[in-house]
Design a protein around this ligand. Sequence first.
Ligand code: PMP
Length: 350
Amino acid sequence: MKFSIKDILRPNIASLAPYSCARDEYDGDDATFLDANENPYDTGYNRYPDPMQRELKKRISAIKAVGEDMILLGNGSDEIIDILIRSVCRPSGVDNVVTFIPGYSMYDVSAHINDVEVRSISLTPSFMPDIERYWQVADGNTRLTFICTPHNPIGTAVPLEDIELLCSKSKGLIVVDEAYIDFSSIPSAVTLLDKYPNLVILQTLSKSWGMAGLRLGMCFASREIIAVLNKVKAPYNISSETQKIALSLLNDVKAYEERKNEILRERERLLAELEKMSIFTHVYASQGNFILVRSNHCDEIYKYLVDNKVVVRKRDIPPLIGGGIRITVGTPQENDLLIDLLIKYNTSVE
Ligand code: PMP
């Protein structure tokens, strides 16, 4: 398939002379560094971090089976969403992005911050991207299409065939947000990267890897796309401490697997308990680390839980998920607390 990111770049990005870091010119750590106006005295943090995060990417490359030069790291995947929009979308009504709703709202927020038009399409009643409608809504100026799989907040996963269909026929970038992929039984779209030069995949260390506080998002795409995004990102966007800690946590695969498997077991237990409660009209099976429920009493349930110091997320978005509440899977003790509270509430209204 013929696609070059060069054909859809904003003109100011195509002609951008990027900031060159002092440290870009010397590949090693054994020199006398008098190039970056750093403080020479060792505080532990007096040196700038590696702008290309080489060690960290090496490890991520091994885990994800993606070439190091096909990886961009961001200050959370939220930063990468913003970088993508700034790279390819001309603002003020010229280009547009397509999102499916209800969905993760940062795509829309980031587009609006950048004054880029958002064309939103409702998910189908089975909570899948409405691909037929997509061809009517997207046009030659659709630069980005965001697909969230597993879907936040519903937990459904989009089949790879649908992603392939979008990639093969679309003139813009198809951005597949796989923030929750490690909790799911579906394969990642990473295997499609060699086939579709307009495919961009977002993942994050915030969820299954338990590093939300560090802020580390990952973008996997062709070398050509990654080279452009590297020009646009802030030079030192990942701190040295973040790089160091992430690397050490990424090396502890056993602990990662144990935590993740416990979350998966708890997700199924929580699902079974929630399904027993008559206060919920719908309880959705999920491929993420959360469960969406719907209730005709969603405001009361939300307030009751907050009054009992349990905070969940209201996702009351009619018509598809009116009365929705998204519950993150916690530790067994946290889930016990939540279940006990909900059983009490359920009994009180029965
Ligand atoms: N994508 C989705 C679908 C999410 O739910 C989230 C976080 N809630 C993100 C991206 C952002 O993740 P990060 O912490 O990497 O910015």
